[in-house]
Design a protein around this ligand. Structure first.
Ligand code: PMP
Length: 361
C-alpha cells in the first residue's frame, strides 16, 4: 500500500467522461458524441499549422499577442483584455484557481457542464448545484443560492447538454442580482451557433465582475489542438496571467487559431450548415415522437420516454455505427445528446431513429 496520500478532496473529484471514438466491429464510425465540427477545420488553419512545423525548435511567444490581436480584430475587442489557454477548459481553470479557494462556494446548475464542479473541487471549493426549470437555467434559483462564501457562478449560454439559452434580459437580471464579490463566468463555447448572440461581450463591457470564455474547439473545428480564450476587465485578465504558465500555447496552436479566427467565411458557412441541419434533425425527432427542445448549439437533446428507451435508442444507433452521448451523468437519464452532423450524418441518425421508433410505437 502506498504511503503517498493525496490532498483532501482530490479523491472526491469525479473523473471527466469524454465522448468515445471507437465502436467495436465498425470501421466507419459516425462520431456525434463530442460536438465536433463535421466539416473539420478551415484549410487556412490546417496550412498555418503545417507551416509552424518549420519552427519546432523555437519557444512560442509567452504573451500570445498575434493571436490576441487576431481575436480582437475579428470580434472588435481590446487584445489587452483577452487571455488564451489550452482549450477554454484551461481558462476556466485559471478563473477557478485565481478566485475560489478552500471552503468557498462555486455555483453551477442542475444540468450544467460537468467540468464546473470538477474545477471547483480542484481548488478545494464546494460546488453548489442549483435546480433548472424544464432544462433551462433558472436565474432566481441561482440568486437564491448565493451566500457570503460564493465566489463564482458558472453558466454556459447556450448550455451543454441541453442546448437551451437564457435571453439577454435574463442574463442581465442575473448579473444585476449578484453581489459585487461574485464573478459570473459566461461560458460561450457554443456562441457562434446561436443566431445574434455576442457571447457576453456587452455584459463584460458593462460589468467588472463578468468574464466570458470562448473556444476554438467547436465552430472552428480545432478540438484536437486545444485552444480557448477569455475576455474580461483588464484587472481580471491581469490576475489570470499571473497563474498562467508562460508557454502554455505552442507555435502551432497559435498559428492555426489565428488563421481559423480570421477565416470568417468558413465560420459563417459552418454556422449556416449547422442551423439548417439542426432544424432538420429536431423536426424529424419531434415527428417521430421524440422530445426535443429548441437548441442554440451544435447538438440537440433527444428526450425519450424513460431511461430504458434512451438506452435502447443508443444501442440501435451503435448497431448502425453511430456514437452519441448518454447524459445520465448530467441528470438526464432519459436523453441522448446528438451532435448535429453534416447532411449525410443527419440523414443516418434520422433513418436509424426512425426505424427504432417505428418498431416501438
Ligand atoms: N464549456 C462547455 C460548455 C463545453 O461544452 C466545453 C467542451 N465540452 C468546454 C467549455 C471546453 O471546451 P474546450 O476546452 O475544448 O475549449
Amino acid at each position: 500500500m502506498t504511503q503517498i496520500i493525496p490532498q483532501p478532496g482530490i479523491m472526491d473529484i469525479a473523473l471527466y467522461v469524454s465522448g468515445e471514438s471507437r465502436l467495436p466491429g465498425h470501421d466507419d464510425v459516425l462520431k456525434l458524441s463530442s460536438n465536433e465540427n463535421p466539416l473539420g477545420c478551415s484549410d487556412a488553419a490546417r496550412a498555418a499549422y503545417a507551416a509552424a512545423a518549420a519552427d519546432l525548435h523555437r519557444y512560442p511567444s509567452t504573451d500570445h499577442i498575434a493571436l490576441r490581436r487576431a481575436i480582437g480584430d475579428v470580434h472588435g475587442l481590446d487584445p489587452d483584455r483577452i487571455i488564451c489557454g489550452v482549450g477554454s477548459d484551461e481558462v476556466l481553470q485559471f478563473v477557478t484557481h485565481a478566485f475560489a479557494g478552500a471552503g468557498d462556494e462555486v455555483i453551477t446548475t442542475e444540468h450544467g457542464f460537468s467540468m464546473y464542479p470538477i474545477l471547483a473541487r480542484m481548488v478545494g471549493a464546494v460546488p453548489v448545484t442549483v435546480p433548472e426549470m424544464d432544462r433551462r437555467i433558472d436565474v432566481d434559483a441561482i440568486l437564491c443560492a448565493v451566500t457570503d462564501r460564493t465566489r463564482i457562478v458558472f453558466i454556459a449560454n447556450p448550455a451543454n447538454p441541453t442546448g437551451t439559452m437564457l435571453t439577454p434580459d435574463e442574463v442581465q437580471r442575473l448579473v444585476d442580482g449578484l453581489p459585487p464579490h461574485v464573478l459570473l463566468v459566461h461560458d460561450g463555447a457554443y456562441t457562434e451557433f446561436a443566431a445574434g448572440a455576442d457571447g457576453g461581450v456587452s455584459l463584460v463591457d458593462r460589468h467588472p465582475n463578468v468574464i466570458m470564455t470562448r473556444t476554438f474547439s467547436k465552430i472552428h473545428g480545432l478540438g484536437g489542438l486545444r485552444i480557448g480564450w477569455g475576455y474580461a476587465a483588464g484587472e481580471i485578465i491581469d490576475v489570470l496571467n499571473r497563474i498562467r504558465q508562460p508557454f502554455n500555447l505552442s507555435n502551432a496552436q497559435m498559428a492555426a487559431a489565428e488563421a481559423a479566427i480570421r477565416d470568417t467565411t468558413f465560420r459563417d458557412h459552418c454556422a449556416d450548415l449547422n442551423a439548417r441541419m439542426r432544424d432538420r434533425l429536431r423536426q424529424s425527432l419531434i415527428q417521430m415522437g421524440i422530445g426535443c427542445d429548441e437548441s442554440h448549439a451544435n447538438f440537440v437533446l433527444a428526450r425519450f420516454i424513460d431511461p430504458a428507451e434512451a438506452e435502447a435508442a443508443d444501442a440501435a444507433l451503435r448497431a448502425d455505427g453511430i456514437l452519441v452521448r448518454r447524459v445520465a451523468g448530467y441528470g438526464l437519464p432519459a436523453a441522448l445528446r446528438i451532435t448535429v452532423g453534416d447532411e449525410d450524418g443527419v440523414t443516418r441518425v434520422i433513418d436509424c431513429l426512425g426505424l427504432f421508433m417505428a418498431d416501438r410505437r
